[in-house]
Every structure is written in C-alpha cells, then in structure tokens.
Design a protein around this ligand. Structure first.
Ligand SMILES: Cc1cc2nc3c(=O)[nH]c(=O)nc-3n(C[C@H](O)[C@H](O)[C@H](O)COP(=O)(O)O)c2cc1C
Length: 277
C-alpha cells in the first residue's frame, strides 16, 4: 500500500466525505497520490486508467465539475476511466478502492460517486478517447469536520453508518448456514473488513461462502439497480476483493484468486473464489 499505516486501520477509518476544506492539497501528498495512481495504471490488466482533474482551472476548462450539490469544497477529483467495451467492473472497483484506501492513508477524504456527478462536465475537463467513458469519480481533499445537511440526508437515506450482520453476509458451506466468527478462523478479520466496505447506496451486495480453504464471492443483485453502461454492483464485489486481499496479505494469509465453474447459487451470482494456501 506504500503507507506505513495498517490497512485494517485505514478501512476502519474510511467513510464517505462530502464536505471538504477549500485549501489545496499540499505538494507532497499530491505527488504521492500521483505516483500511486501511476502505479495502479501500470498494474491494471484491464482497459482502464485513473487520473486526477481539478475544478476551477485557470485554462477555463471545466470551471465546474458538477456533483448535483452532493460534494462541497473539493477542487481535486480522482477520475476512473474505462473503455466502453471493457466489461470487467469487478477489477475496476478493486483498483479504484486501492486508490481510495491510499488516499485515506494520507489523511484525506474521498467519496465514491457513481451516480451524482455530471459525466459530461468531467469528460470536458479531460482529453478522453471517444471509446472511453467515466463510470466513477471521487473528490479528494482535506475533510471538513462539519457535515452539511445534504450529507446528513444522504447518509440517513442509505443508512451509511450501518452494515448488515455477519449472518446475512457470510455462510458456511452453503447459503443456508451462517458462518460464525469462530468458524471463520484466521479469516475473521478479512471478512470483517469486507463488511465495513463502501458500496453503491450501501446495498452491501457481497455474499461469501466458506468451503474448506476457499471463499466463494457471490453477488446478491438488486434488480433494476444502477446505470445501463456500468455494472455498479459488480464494482462493489471488486471493493470486497480489495479489502479481503489486502487484509489477508497484512495478516500473512496466503492465497490466490480463481474462477470456478459455479454459475448461480440460490439466486446469487457467482463472481470468483479466494483459494487459501
Ligand atoms: C460504487 C459506488 C457508487 C456510489 N455512488 C455515490 C453517489 O453517486 N453519490 C453519493 O453521494 N454517494 C455514493 N456512494 C457512497 C455510498 O453511499 C457510501 O459508500 C455508503 O452509503 C456507505 O457509507 P460510507 O462510505 O460512509 O461507509 C457510492 C459508493 C459506491 C461504492
């Protein structure tokens, strides 16, 4: 992660910030962020890239990066760019969350935005290829302690401070039997870090089934949710993968990702499997 702070502490600390201090991000932090984004771009095995853009630029381009009033004070935004033909939104979410956690480790605020931003405003601020589009952006900047009314309303509407119980998310062998923390063994913390993750409208669509040394990641899809051009809920599974993998790594738990021939399980969409060593 390139910060000295524990990823577990970073995940616990992160929450969506919608009110930012207007002051510019200091040069050192900005440089570290730019370097990290470059590294993520090098890592990306999908047709995706990430960059920064700013509000109120002197060249007159994109004077306003619109967020329909959800974000206040932020000048800098992380922009996630995806090729229109690239369908891997799991990997895109995984990579974007790596950036979000890095930013949190720098003591700056973020807020995933998949809905409440003007795609055309952001597009105008960047030189995008005609085959590229912007599924996700996030403001980045110093957190202003005082929440605004709009923030309070969004948080209350999505129930952002709350997470589903373990028994709703994690299962033992099949989806009828909840997984206890004792049975999760050394994976108790990676699972808890999945539970604390952000998700679109706080739907928390991740369902994990433990099967010996494996964890199957499944998606509980909300019908009709999201936008046609991007699979926002698969993106949420990418966030879960990111939290699970980075936490496992920090705890010295070895394993790798695999794709098994599973399909649908009790109405849940199979996405991928963690195979522990
Ligand atoms: C993929 C994704 C898209 C999101 N889109 C928006 C959005 O358009 N506007 C917004 O205000 N919050 C958005 N959020 C933030 C969620 O509402 C928030 O993560 C969730 O309520 C949990 O709150 P927390 O991030 O403070 O833990 C999005 C989050 C994710 C992961």
């Amino acid at each position: 992660m390139h910060t000295d702070i524990s990823v577990i502490d970073i995940i616990k600390k992160r929450r969506s910030t919608r009110n930012f201090d207007k002051k510019d991000i200091d040069k050192q932090r900005l440089q570290r962020l730019e370097e990290f984004i470059e590294e993520i771009n090098r890592q990306a095995k999908i047709r995706a890239r990430f960059t920064l853009t700013t509000n109120n630029r002197e060249d007159g381009k994109a004077k306003r990066l619109g967020t329909y009033g959800t974000i206040a004070g932020a000048k800098t935004y992380i922009v996630g760019i995806l090729d229109k033909d690239e369908k891997d939104s799991v990997e895109f979410g995984y990579l974007f969350e790596k950036i979000v956690l890095f930013v949190t480790g720098l003591d700056l605020g973020t807020c995933w935005l998949g809905g409440t931003f003007s795609r055309s405003n952001f597009r105008e601020s960047l030189a995008l290829d005609k085959n590229e589009f912007i599924p996700i952006v996030s403001p980045v900047g110093y957190i202003k302690d005082k929440a605004r009314l709009v923030d309070t309303v969004i948080r209350a509407g999505a129930g952002s401070g709350k997470r589903k119980a373990w028994s709703d998310l994690f299962f033992d062998s099949d989806t009828s039997k909840p997984l206890t923390k004792e049975k999760a063994g050394p994976y108790k913390t990676p699972l808890e870090m999945v539970r604390l993750g952000p998700s679109a409208s706080n739907r928390q669509p991740w369902r994990l089934v433990k099967d010996d040394n494996k964890f199957h990641f499944l998606l509980s899809r909300t019908k009709g949710y999201g936008i046609p051009s991007y699979d926002m809920q698969k993106n949420d599974i990418g966030i879960a993968k990111c939290h699970f993998e980075l936490t496992a790594k920090e705890l010295g738990l070895k394993g790798k990702w695999a794709k098994e021939d599973i399909g649908m399980v009790d109405g849940l969409e199979y996405i991928c499997t963690w195979v522990g060593e």
